[in-house]
Design a protein around this ligand. Structure first.
Ligand code: SAM
Length: 283
């Protein structure tokens, strides 16, 4: 049903899916319902949708939420949506690159400064999925929740625990609690991508999971640790932070962490300890 509708829409608009823009349209009713229900929308919610495409998800969001702001980079799709969704009074279509759009200004402009909280719900374009997540997690006005479909492997990396952590899992878990809601096979999209997907629900904390004064330096340390993930921390930190292996060893000793551990084994609290010793040393 959704497949036929999608093909017809593309034909009518004389468009082909642009793989370079991650255009894989959702054609699976069940996945659509799971995605929307995981966001627990009410008429009080403002939703930002990244990449509305042909508007299949946008219509569902508009039925449940108070306001939907949908940002589409493809100008042809954006103008087709403007026309197609014109009868829906609670949808704003923006023809723009999400990474160039400041969430705070968007919400303020759309709501006249009345309501500052929002949720992100999207079938993200894979090629920039991590960048889009970072964009919202690090925004000055952060969403309270994000429910997104992303590549299965990226979703699993995001919810990993110490032993299998990565820069992505540390970055997401610093700001939020991520959980996999469901898996979505590649055939749920048209055209099908090469990989399967997962729906992830990311609930943002009011405050980061660990207390650090300077978030930029915290991530400088974490990035340093992951600069050579297969090496022991003493060496990866030395390389990543541009310090001597001796200094890196002393740093780890003072933080109470074995020099032989690898970056993927550290918890957020342990990264915070390394950061604290590193910043003390710099004072
Ligand atoms: N929401 C639709 C659906 O569920 O069928 C389409 C999802 S498709 C996976 C991703 C959409 O994101 C495409 O419409 C694509 O044009 C759009 N897109 C790609 N890069 C973008 C960007 N930087 N900013 C905004 N939209 C983007």
């Amino acid at each position: 049903m959704l497949l036929r509708q999608t093909k017809e829409q593309l034909r009518r608009l004389d468009l082909r899916a642009k793989k370079g823009l991650g255009q894989h349209f959702l054609i699976d009713d069940r996945a659509l319902r799971r995605l929307v229900s995981a966001a627990e929308l009410s008429p009080f919610d403002t939703v930002v949708e990244v990449g509305p495409g042909l508007g299949i998800l946008t219509r569902e969001l508009a039925r449940k939420a108070g306001w939907v702001i949908a940002i589409e980079i493809d100008p042809k799709l954006a103008s087709a949506l403007e026309e197609g969704l014109a009868p829906l009074a609670n949808v704003t279509i923006l023809s723009a690159d999400v990474l160039e759009s400041d969430p705070g200004s968007l919400i303020e402009a759309a709501k006249g400064g009345l309501e500052a909280s929002y949720k992100v719900v999207a079938n993200l374009p894979y090629y920039i999925a991590s960048a889009v997540l970072r964009h919202f997690l690090e925004a000055s006005l952060k969403p309270k929740m994000m429910v997104v479909t992303i590549q299965k492997e990226v979703a699993e990396a995001m919810v990993a625990q110490p032993g299998e952590m990565s820069l992505l899992s540390v970055s997401v878990q610093f700001y939020a609690r991520p959980a996999i809601v469901d898996y979505v096979p590649a055939r749920s999209f048209y055209p099908p991508p090469k990989v399967d997907s997962a729906i992830v629900r990311i609930e943002l904390y009011d405050h980061p999971a660990v207390e650090v004064e300077d978030v930029a330096i915290f991530f400088e340390v974490v990035r340093g640790g992951f600069s050579a993930p297969r090496k022991q921390l003493r060496n990866s930190l030395a390389q990543g932070l541009n310090i001597t292996p001796g200094d890196a060893a002393a740093l780890l000793d003072r933080a109470g962490i074995s020099q032989k551990r690898r970056a993927e084994t550290l918890s957020l609290e342990e990264w915070a300890r390394v950061y604290r010793v590193f910043t003390e040393k710099q004072c």
